[in-house]
Each structure stands twice: as structure tokens, then as C-alpha cells.
Design a protein around this ligand. Structure first.
Ligand SMILES: [Zn+2]
Ligand SMILES: [Zn+2]
Length: 203
């Protein structure tokens, strides 16, 4: 059993909850203002987004703005990234094109019993994106593989129950003990962060 016996820090957020409807974090509005200010001080991302693995054998592009960006502190993401958390960025699978190379797939069953595939570079082993049985239209990009990462501000922190104790967001985004029951709420907040990319869109 991984990390057994290690005390886990509980998130300080007031909205940590297992209820089906996550409530708006009281500081989220402040986070939104901060995130927009950060974003506006940088070059706005340009579509298509491009990225690839460390050795550049694999290159990809994403034609539409991502559906979401969140930090995941679950122990699977810690192991897979070799780091404290992963920055996961779901996009529509049809908007992801592999421009060069052929990712290798690592297949496993999730804790919920779903088939999960992690696609990675067979040469340098960099994980690029994941797919799961229950949502075949979505690819969860490892956002750190993008060429331009300066604009990546996560809308939420998931799995705070296994977050390293020193993880303390600059300003608290939405925080969850594990995952939100309904990702729709996070998607709405993500859209509020990037109105220019979602104006008039229901994709
Ligand atoms: Zn590579
Ligand atoms: Zn995770």
C-alpha cells in the first residue's frame, strides 16, 4: 500500500466536500481576478497549441482551446510524473493531432475498473496524454509537454488528501479531497477564466 501510515494534510479550503454539487470556493473570485491578471501580463496562448516529448520524436498539436486545466495530487499522478502533482489538460480527442512519431500505449485498469491508457514516447518515456474507457472522446494532455507553458493556471486542485504538505496554492483555486462529482462546475469556471476562447461557444 502506497504511503501507508503517512499523515495526509487536509486541504484548508472550506469547500472540501464529497457532496455531488461542489460549491464555489469563497476565494475563487479572488483567484479568478489574480489568474486573469497573471494571464493578461503574459502572451495569450495561440491556437493551435503545440507540444511534444523531451526527445522531440513525438510532436502534437491541439486545434481548439482546452476544456479544462487542473492540478492532480493523486498518488498515480505523482508516480507517473515523478513529481508532486500532474497538470492535466483535457481536450476533445478530435482536436488532438499527432504530427510526428507514434506514441506507445500503457494499458491498465483504474481503481474504478475502467481501462486507462497512458500514451508516452517510446524513446524518452515522457508521458504525453491519457485516455479512459468511459470518455473515449477526451484526451487528458500532460500540460507540461506543451511548448508554451507560461499561461498554465489551473482552475482546481484535485486529490488534496494526498497532496504534499508544502503544496499551498498562491491563491486557493477550487480544492477537492479527491475529485469533484461534477466536472461541469469546473468547466464553467475555466470558461470564466478564458472568456475570449469560449465566447459564443458551447463545444
Ligand atoms: Zn521522446
Ligand atoms: Zn491524478
Amino acid at each position: 500500500m502506497k504511503h501507508s501510515g503517512i499523515a495526509r494534510r487536509r486541504c484548508d479550503c472550506t469547500n472540501v466536500s464529497r457532496r455531488s454539487e461542489p460549491t464555489l470556493h469563497p476565494n475563487f473570485r479572488r483567484y479568478l481576478v489574480w489568474a486573469r491578471k497573471e494571464r493578461d501580463s503574459m502572451t495569450s496562448p495561440k491556437l493551435p497549441l503545440t507540444g511534444g516529448c523531451s526527445c522531440t520524436a513525438i510532436r502534437y498539436e491541439i486545434q481548439a482551446f482546452p476544456l479544462l486545466l487542473y492540478a492532480c495530487n493523486c498518488t498515480d499522478c505523482q508516480t507517473a510524473s515523478g513529481s508532486a502533482f500532474a497538470l492535466n489538460m483535457p481536450v476533445k480527442r478530435r482536436h488532438l493531432s499527432i504530427l510526428r512519431g507514434k506514441p506507445k500505449g500503457w494499458h491498465r485498469k483504474s481503481a474504478a475498473g475502467e481501462q486507462v491508457t497512458t500514451w508516452f514516447c517510446g524513446d524518452c518515456a515522457a508521458p504525453l496524454y491519457g485516455e479512459r474507457e468511459g470518455r473515449p472522446d477526451i484526451a487528458a494532455i500532460r500540460a507540461g509537454t506543451l511548448d508554451e507553458t507560461s499561461w498554465l493556471v489551473p482552475v482546481a486542485q484535485l486529490f488534496m488528501k494526498s497532496a504534499q504538505p508544502w503544496i499551498k496554492p498562491v491563491l486557493e483555486p477550487e480544492c477537492y479531497e479527491s475529485t469533484p462529482a461534477d466536472f461541469r462546475t469546473l468547466i464553467d469556471k475555466w470558461r470564466a477564466m478564458w472568456p475570449d476562447f469560449f465566447r459564443g461557444s458551447d463545444a
